[in-house]
Design a protein around this ligand. Structure first.
Ligand SMILES: [Mg+2]
Length: 292
């Protein structure tokens, strides 16, 4: 960080002192360049500015990779303890979400970011291609679960129409128990809550572990309308994390963003920008004048 600050500081100093220099001209010409042109004609919402850092972190940072391994190692420990304790009466089951939990859609999300949209078009086409990669450690973890005789249910808000493409994708990557009866997907015209699908699993199984990148993957208790309420609920249920519930990192999309402000999902780019700035908690000091 110090190095970056120094470089930026030097650049600013050079530009301010040597007006008209080659460096200043280069900087000026860079800023005049038009933005990347859309090839699909999708209207830009400025999404690229919001999501590129988050996507890069998820795709490139070793820390993100380590967090996935950490989550699946923890899942292993939780499962082993549950099996040793026999803390179940029916057959034990593990419930996992799919997107950004065991499959990563980085290339699809990056394309949207470059196109400047967050409207999520071409989702069905992306799932049909069946080319999403596995998240680090997910294939090994779930094969270990299967070897222990535990049933796995893939409870996802992918649409029912996405089942064939997803089966193909999961099989190609070597995930276990990839059968239609183990995939509980969302009706396109139905509710996003996963609770009825978890209850369906609970009719025949005891769910000893739930894993997902969105709190709604874990429990209906987290289906709250605001960030404040969701955070409060997490505090209330803090003892459950790492014991039966495991959350994975996803800074690129999710309810955490939709719940920054009421109606966020339906806002235009400028409204979203203002909502994000409004949500930021920052140091209120006389040293800098900040407007948002
Ligand atoms: Mg997900």
């Amino acid at each position: 960080m110090k190095k970056i600050t120094r470089v930026l500081g030097s650049l600013a100093l050079a530009c301010s002192l040597v007006t008209g220099s080659a460096l200043a001209e280069e900087v000026a010409s860079e800023t005049k360049k038009p933005p990347l042109e859309s090839t699909t004609g999708i209207k830009s919402s400025g999404f690229e500015n919001n999501n590129v850092n988050a996507l890069l972190w998820l795709q490139k940072s070793a820390e993100a990779r380590a967090l996935f391994y950490q989550a699946f190692n923890l899942g292993d420990m939780i499962l082993d303890k549950a099996l040793a304790d026999k803390s179940y009466k029916k057959k034990p089951a593990v419930v996992v979400d799919i997107d950004e939990t065991i499959l990563e859609n980085g290339p699809y999300l990056a394309l949207l970011a470059l196109e400047g949209t967050d409207d999520y078009p071409f989702w069905d086409e992306w799932t049909d291609v069946a080319d999403a990669a596995a998240t680090p450690g997910s294939v090994e973890f779930l094969n270990g679960v299967a070897k222990k005789g535990v049933d796995i249910f893939y409870v996802s808000n992918r649409y029912l129409e996405n089942v064939p493409g997803t089966l193909k994708n999961l099989k190609k990557l070597g995930f276990p128990q990839v059968e239609e009866s183990h995939l509980l997907f969302m009706d396109r015209n139905g509710s996003s809550t996963k609770e009825p699908r978890r209850q369906k699993v609970s009719q025949t199984h005891d769910i000893v572990l739930l894993m997902g990148d969105n709190l709604i993957d874990l429990s209906q208790a987290f289906e709250m309308p605001t960030s404040e309420e969701r955070n409060k609920k997490v505090d209330e249920l803090k003892d459950q994390f790492g014991k039966r519930l495991v959350i994975l990192p996803n800074p690129t999309y999710g309810f955490w963003l939709d719940h920054l402000q009421e109606g966020y999902g339906k806002m235009n780019a400028e409204q979203k920008r203002k909502a994000r700035l409004h949500a930021l908690e920052y140091w209120k000091t006389d040293l800098l004048k900040v407007s948002r």
